[in-house]
Design a protein around this ligand. Structure first.
Ligand code: SF4
Ligand code: SF4
Length: 62
């Protein structure tokens, strides 16, 4: 299983990862930072890592 993590220090809330995630498990929170809603559904596709302009997303295999 894969676990995406968003670094709030680096995220600027552009929404690119939210729009690009094929399983729709990323959203922007009230603080305008991306967050993961349902990690169990992550496919480990790395799309979120690739599209983030700020290198805010890291993906771990757990
Ligand atoms: S690795 Fe893929 S499925 Fe998982 S959160 Fe990122 S874009 Fe979504
Ligand atoms: S693509 Fe990067 S900067 Fe944009 S919302 Fe996602 S984590 Fe934040």
């Amino acid at each position: 299983m894969f676990l995406p993590t968003i670094d709030p220090e680096k995220c600027e809330g552009c929404g690119e990862c939210v729009d690009a995630c094929p399983t729709g498990i990323l959203e922007l929170g009230e603080d305008n930072k991306a967050r993961v809603t349902d990690p169990a559904e992550c496919q480990g596709c790395e799309t979120c890592v690739t599209v983030c302009p700020n290198e805010a997303v890291t993906l771990q295999e757990v």
